[in-house]
Write a protein that binds this ligand. Sequence first.
Ligand SMILES: *[C@@H]1O[C@H](CO)[C@@H](O)[C@H](O)[C@H]1NC(C)=O
Ligand SMILES: *[C@@H]1O[C@H](CO)[C@@H](O)[C@H](O)[C@H]1NC(C)=O
Ligand SMILES: *[C@@H]1O[C@H](CO)[C@@H](O)[C@H](O)[C@H]1NC(C)=O
Ligand SMILES: *[C@@H]1O[C@H](CO)[C@@H](O)[C@H](O)[C@H]1NC(C)=O
Ligand SMILES: *[C@@H]1O[C@H](CO)[C@@H](O)[C@H](O)[C@H]1NC(C)=O
Length: 492
Amino acid sequence: MPGQQGRYPPQTPEFEPLVSDERDPEVLSKYQNLLADEPRRISPKMLAIGFTASMIVLGIILWYFQPPPRVPKSEVVGYVDHSTGVGKLPFMGYNTWNAYACNINETVVLESARLMKSLGLPDVGYEYVGIDDCYSEKQRSPQGDIVASKERFPSGMRKVTDEIHSLGLKAGIYSDSGWFTCQLYPGSYGNEERDAKLFQEEWGFDLLKYDNCAVPFDSVIKEGMVGKYTRMAKALSDLTKKTGKQMLFSLCQWGREEPWLWARKLGHTWRTTDDINPSWGSITDLLNRNSFYAWASDFYGHNDMDMLEVGNGQLTYDEAKSHFTAWALMKSPLVIGTHLKDATKETLEILTNKEIIAINQDPVFGTGITPFRWGVNPDWTWNWTHPASFWSGQSQNGTVFMLLNTLGTPVDLSFTLTESPWIRAGRQYSVRDLWTHTENGTAVRNFTARAVPPHGVVALLMKDAGDEPEGTQPPCARPEWCMREDGRRIDQ
Ligand SMILES: *[C@@H]1O[C@H](CO)[C@@H](O)[C@H](O)[C@H]1NC(C)=O
Ligand SMILES: *[C@@H]1O[C@H](CO)[C@@H](O)[C@H](O)[C@H]1NC(C)=O
Ligand SMILES: *[C@@H]1O[C@H](CO)[C@@H](O)[C@H](O)[C@H]1NC(C)=O
Ligand SMILES: *[C@@H]1O[C@H](CO)[C@@H](O)[C@H](O)[C@H]1NC(C)=O
Ligand SMILES: *[C@@H]1O[C@H](CO)[C@@H](O)[C@H](O)[C@H]1NC(C)=O
């Protein structure tokens, strides 16, 4: 309120107590006289009758005002049941595609599952083992079912999922919303109910990744993208009503027609972009695109930035760290896609950073980090080589920051704390580095990460550490419209 007089900073107002503590001496003496009177005698019988009567009256009152019975609240959003816990957090696991593409078989799948286990990956949260395209015969059976490839999966799918389950893991399968999969194996269009039943009930899978190739003609489908994906969502939802088990539904829809606006009602995750590849250009391209809709992830609905390429291609150690940090803190599913038996110490160190994973799996805050400043380019610039550098978000234990060096040389990355919406003015913050796993002092007003390597990343957790030192100048860290109580602006 400009012009209002008072002290700065504003003090807690001193309220007049509503009830005076001073007793009227006249009233007080009457009261004391009353107490001095001979106490009345009440017979035990009267006492019992009175007690019973008052209990009955109390009972009637309580019965009349009882709260309505607790009906379990329906938490079904579209076709997704938010009461099951399935898909509440970004799912974590392994998928064969990035490492093996079409060259899969039961040996590869089960060996990957066993390696996950022996490398301790389930201990840090990796749970699903996903089979991607190319697992089936080219033709459905005469009855109309998808048939597992006799050559690649000779033991049958049930054997594979049993084995995966016996390791304490969950199993993922793949299909397509069109006539065929992208590698031209049978798709599920027109067979949604049959295939959902096969995948879940007969084969025992827990997750379905659902691709976007081989779209039927308009004159056949008469649906848009939403309708095309609703078909399987409905089939899975109907099956859940029957079996009580919900499959995690992962829409692989490549970000066409803005799935972040509608896919939350159909499934748990939706791809936001085209396929990733193991190059820095692909990482920055996907980061640039996702920076514009990073706000859309929350519990039970996550932007899927595609499977991880950590350990693959020509990515440097710093590039792989940046890739993993961004995917995790933006709440993308974390799906390992490298040959686990050849995984280096660095690859495993990156994939098992518990402090970074904890934020991806935060039970309290479902939203991810979003950019607060682009850095190299002006804010909101669409640029696939130089996406936003300064990001922040909320977490259970404080505000998370990600600083990304998109340049080919080391740079210092500096920011004012209150550039992030999640920081309080006038407070100082303890700084934890989530990659070196160290406490890095206390930040007052600003923070500078020195010599961040080319394509490198810094991930910080800032915790409120009380008021900033008295007299910290200038009076407002963000000078715009900063004003003294007497109405004088100090930013002009
Ligand atoms: C399974 O696939 C792997 C990787 O493509 C290959 O090396 C191996 O020979 C295959 N095994 C069988 C039994 O087909
Ligand atoms: C918050 O801190 C606790 C205790 O260190 C830890 O167990 C938890 O994983 C942290 N949560 C997040 C989201 O980092
Ligand atoms: C992306 O940004 C960089 C740095 O500003 C600039 O050199 C480059 O030309 C931009 N790329 C495009 C396609 O605009
Ligand atoms: C950061 O804040 C401190 C404390 O207010 C101040 O002395 C310093 O000049 C600031 N640095 C930058 C780069 O703004
Ligand atoms: C935090 O401190 C560690 C240990 O001194 C150091 O290696 C790291 O670079 C620091 N992090 C930042 C962001 O300054």
